[in-house]
Design a protein around this ligand. Structure first.
Ligand SMILES: *Cc1c(COP(=O)(O)O)cnc(C)c1O
Length: 719
């Protein structure tokens, strides 16, 4: 076929279109768009860590025009740009049907961290991933939604493990020019600058916009030349610095965030605080009303109607608490503006007003000024109600007004390429008459997964070979990573990891923050038993670990050290590995390739957990304590449970029981079922379980379901 050469005009449109596309993260959950960036520069794709902005920046306009003359490429770009524009312009949306009332007054969602893509590392873990997925699903649903967070120019740390197997942290400066963000400018093209008073300083800040499909997320940035050095560093690192930095960051997020929205002329109907970090926004909303003449009482009551709050942690230390001297120092003007005494201000964050021994708790402030509050799973809702009984003056937890909405994941965003391609192709086969764009919506329905789970849609043979391929891809990825890790210590010796890991082995993954309650090394409490399992060459199994400990969490670092130490033990070498520098890219590889996703938190401290949900569309299975989401999801046939719906009160006893139960499940159910093969070498029972997992969980534990639930329950006001 002879194609007409492109006109200069067409070329100009396509190159401009591509550059526009790099500045909207929609591309990161569209397979064809991703493939274009990959194909434009396969080397850049790898070396620049999938950074589409940087990849295009490395291609001159001339080169890009030449590339677009390659057969087929221009046509692909045109199609992707059409799909992108159609996505943005679509009006046949859930949001239009169910949340049109929010169009004028959207939901503003404040979160100290957001995680969208590996090139924008401004999050520490699950909370940020959840916020990012909330934004993506809001975009897909067309919910009027605006995110607010901070732009940390050194982001979260890169993890390097040293000679003593000890985690060290290094930071790299992010270059806004090369990130999928845009400065927020005024009409004359200059950055919009707002101010917020923090301690003795008037802090100037600007903002960056991340385009997440239809949804804007604004990142506040104190790095302005007018600010003193220590103020400029306020937004240096995610949860960086000490208590003082923390509270100052939170003032910037809460108070500054409201100011920015006002400057942009945005009038949210609901302010959603994702965790207590953002709770100072309530004080700014009260201040606004008092400046217009309201009393504190009246302003407080009206503010309460504007806010909702999601709490994420049943761990006491997870709730920010500040002493009065810090509150007085940082919030110098707060009490004056609110016409309160410093002690009355402190009382807003106290369970027992007047008790001067009590610190100022951000969660308490958020709960006091929210019309609705929720935990993130059924069990976490219960735990939270018990935890805050006193605050609400109740003696029965059931009377505490905290509900729950279980977390989810953004399915399209979490799938590995091969899986996204598979489901998309199956979608076209099953629904030949539905338009291409319908896929993104159908993907979140249980009907879709019911169809996908039908062996007529995907046969056992096809499914098992997909699993094999995913496991292989993970192993190749891991070996590459191990090579990079090993090179630092090799001192010129040639190290190879080709003999590490086995693509036929039952592959068990554990990856998340190394908070100690998550008990990463729990399985090794059964050390002798694990060694015996690994030695069984007829039924090979292997373990992959990854995760970062908070820079100041030495106990978490000891866990990392222990696992790496054990992975070098001769019997385990090559069967137990630790992948450095966990992030969402590593997460995607792992949830894609692991057969078993292991989660063994100390119940009930895992409020929800989401990483296990990410494994489901890939055909992975969960093996987990019945905590958080898994307690709701597990039905006896869609994965595996460790223990039952209870836990010992004594912590040591709990650890002992859980590690025994974990080992017991592995040896009596997981391993036998995985290796029970028929004449064709296929584990039919295992595959049946995967199909059950799709039918029972894929749609249910999506942010599509979650955001619809937030909208119906909390965002839409019925008054
Ligand atoms: C999903 C995810 C998490 C959350 O994992 P949990 O098991 O819920 O703790 C943390 N970090 C990254 C990078 C993730 O992708």
């Amino acid at each position: 076929m002879v194609t007409k050469p492109l006109t200069a005009r067409e070329l100009g449109q396509l190159t401009a279109g591509l550059r526009r596309l790099t500045r909207n993260l929609w591309w990161s959950w569209d397979q064809e768009a991703q493939e274009i960036f990959h194909d434009l520069s396969p080397r850049g794709w790898q070396n620049l860590y999938h950074n589409a902005v940087a990849i295009l920046a490395e291609l001159s306009d001339y080169e890009l025009r030449m590339r677009l003359q390659e057969p087929g490429l221009a046509e692909r770009v045109r199609r992707v740009l059409q799909n992108f524009d159609a996505y943005l312009a679509d009006t046949d949306t859930w949001g239009n049907r169910h949340a049109a009332s929010l169009k004028k007054n959207p939901v503003a969602y404040f979160s100290a961290e957001f995680s969208f893509h590996e090139t924008l590392p401004i999050a520490a873990g699950g909370l940020g991933v959840l916020a990012g997925d909330h934004a993506k699903a809001s975009s897909d649903l067309d919910l009027p939604f605006i995110g607010v967070s901070l732009f940390y120019r050194e982001g979260y740390f890169q993890q390097l493990i040293n000679h003593e197997n000890w985690q060290t942290e290094s930071y790299t400066r992010l270059d806004p020019e090369n990130l999928p963000i845009e400065p927020v400018l005024d009409e004359s093209g200059k950055p919009i600058v707002c101010t917020v008073r923090i301690a003795a300083s008037t802090v100037l800040f600007q903002a960056w916009r991340v385009n997440v499909g239809r949804v804007p997320v604004y990142l506040l940035d104190a790095n302005r030349p007018e600010n003193e050095a220590h103020i400029r560093d306020l937004t240096l690192r995610v949860y960086g610095g000490d208590h003082a930095t923390r509270i100052m960051q939170e003032v910037l997020l809460g108070v500054g965030g409201v100011r920015l929205l006002r400057t942009l002329g945005i009038k949210p109907s609901t302010f959603h605080m994702n965790e207590g970090h953002a709770a100072f926004l309530t004080l700014e909303l009260i201040r606004e009303k008092m400046a217009a003449g309201d009393t504190f009482q009246k302003a407080g009551a009206a503010t309460r109607q504007q806010c909702i709050f999601t709490t994420h942690t049943p761990v006491e230390a997870g709730h920010d608490r500040f002493p009065s001297d810090l509150m007085n120092y940082v919030g110098m003007k707060f009490h004056q503006h609110l016409r309160l005494t410093p002690d009355q201000l402190m009382d807003l964050g106290r369970v027992r007003p007047g008790d001067t021994s009590e610190l100022f708790c951000m969660t308490v402030l958020a709960l006091k000024y929210s019309r609705a509050a929720n935990g993130v799973s059924d069990l976490h809702g219960q735990v939270s109600r018990t935890m805050w009984m006193e605050l609400f003056g109740k003696t029965d937890p059931d009377d505490v007004p905290i509900g729950h909405i279980t977390n989810g994941i953004h399915l399209a965003g979490w799938m590995k390429g091969v899986v996204r391609r598979t489901w998309k192709q199956k979608f076209h086969e099953v629904y030949p008459d539905k338009p291409e764009s319908a896929w993104l919506k159908e993907l979140n329905t249980s009907e879709f997964w019911l169809k996908m789970a039908d062996p007529l849609t995907i046969s056992d043979e096809e499914l098992w070979s997909l699993r094999y391929r995913l496991r292989r891809e993970l192993i190749e990825f891991t070996r590459r990573r191990l090579l990079l890790q090993g090179q630092r210590f090799s001192q010129g010796d040639f190290i190879t990891f080709d003999a590490f890991l086995n693509p036929d082995a039952l592959t068990i993954g554990f990856a998340r923050r190394f908070a100690t309650y998550k008990r990463a090394p729990l399985i090794f409490d059964q050390f002798e038993n694990v060694v015996a399992l690994v030695r069984d060459l007829k039924r090979p199994i292997q373990f992959l670990f990854s995760g970062k400990a908070h820079p100041r969490d030495d106990a978490g670092k000891v866990f990392i050290q222990k696992i790496i130490h054990l992975s070098n033990y001769s019997d385990l070498k090559g069967h137990v590995v630790f992948i450095e520098n966990y992030d969402i890219h590593v997460a995607r590889q792992m949830v894609g390739g692991c057969d078993i996703w292991l989660n063994n938190p100390r119940r009930p401290l895992e409020a929800s957990g989401t990483s296990g949900m990410k494994t489901i569309p890939h055909g992975g299975l969960n093996l987990s304590i019945l905590d958080g989401w898994w307690r709701e999801a597990y039905d006896g046939s869609n994965g595996f449970a460790i223990g039952d719906d209870s836990h010992a009160a004594d912590l040591e006893e709990q650890d002992r029981q859980d590690s025994e139960n974990l080992y017991h499940m592995l040896t009596t159910e997981v391993i036998p079922e995985f290796f029970e093969r028929d004449a064709d070498g296929i584990p039919r029972g295992w595959l049946k379980r995967i199909r059950r997992a799709w039918v029972t969980m894929a749609a249910q534990f999506s942010t599509d379901r979650m955001v619809r639930e937030y909208t119906d329950k909390y965002y839409k006001q019925t008054d």
